[in-house]
Design a protein around this ligand. Structure first.
Ligand SMILES: Cc1cc2nc3c(=O)[nH]c(=O)nc-3n(C[C@H](O)[C@H](O)[C@H](O)COP(=O)(O)O)c2cc1C
Length: 216
């Protein structure tokens, strides 16, 4: 007989752990926007991105149909955390303001990251990110029912830039042993399986978690 170890629970958050992507997109005034996100999955040369409708990136992707997916290594966690609770949207929605979000027109300066031009799309790369994927938006679907509050973007990689030291020499493959992605797990930051940095996003979501070393 199997003893059932499960309990039925009303899970508040389903962020089980996904890599952090810094999406570079172009604002209506031509400046670059940068947004941390982690609802991303990949199939072949395409990727699905889950983005809330109130964000500036969603508006930018619907309008421009282009972006750069800059993959954040665990070593960039402090820069990613500086972007948490910021938006490139000049009008901050009440729900986000209540979580602590503020308008930030210059995300690169706020994060301490360097903007790098892309080659095929009008959206910024992040020089410090060792993997940068230039993408075209192929489709956009309303997401999150019954009243959709988000958009699922289907994007296609049209050019990939990878730091040479991450590649298996002489191949077009990333070496999984050299690539240490920053993982967002239940709003907390992980790298190499360890909880690497305190998370403002987790504070905004009032996650009942404290990093082990920060506990009294
Ligand atoms: C680590 C991390 C992961 C996030 N993941 C997502 C996500 O997958 N989808 C989303 O809509 N917002 C996500 N956010 C919140 C966005 O960054 C936030 O909505 C922000 O306003 C987007 O910036 P923008 O308004 O300039 O586009 C995440 C934030 C952090 C710090």
């Amino acid at each position: 007989m199997i003893v059932d170890m499960h309990v039925v629970t009303d899970l508040k958050v389903l962020y089980f752990g996904t890599p952090v992507v810094l999406i570079g997109s172009r604002n209506p005034d031509g400046t670059g926007n940068l947004a941390p996100m982690s609802s991303a999955w990949w199939l072949g040369q395409s990727c699905m991105l889950g983005l809330g409708n109130s964000g500036q990136t969603t508006a930018n992707l619907l309008r421009e149909r282009q972006c750069v997916l800059n993959l954040a290594p665990a070593s960039l966690v402090d820069a990613v955390d500086r972007l948490a609770l910021t938006t490139g949207a000049p009008v901050v929605p009440a729900r986000k303001a209540a979580m602590g979000y503020r308008y930030e027109p210059d995300k690169f300066a706020a994060a301490g990251l360097t903007e790098q031009g892309a080659e095929l799309v009008a959206a910024p790369r992040v020089a410090q990110c060792p993997i940068q994927l230039e993408c075209e938006v192929d489709a956009a679907y309303p997401f999150g029912g019954p009243d959709p509050h988000a958009t699922a973007f289907q994007v296609r990689v049209v050019r990939a830039h990878v730091a040479e030291e991450l590649l298996v020499p002489g191949t077009h493959y990333v070496d999984p042993l050299r690539w240490d992605p920053l993982i967002m797990k239940f709003c907390e930051f992980f790298g190499g399986g360890e909880n690497v940095y305190p998370s403002r996003l987790a504070e905004g979501w009032q996650m009942p978690h404290a990093m082990p070393q920060l506990q009294a």
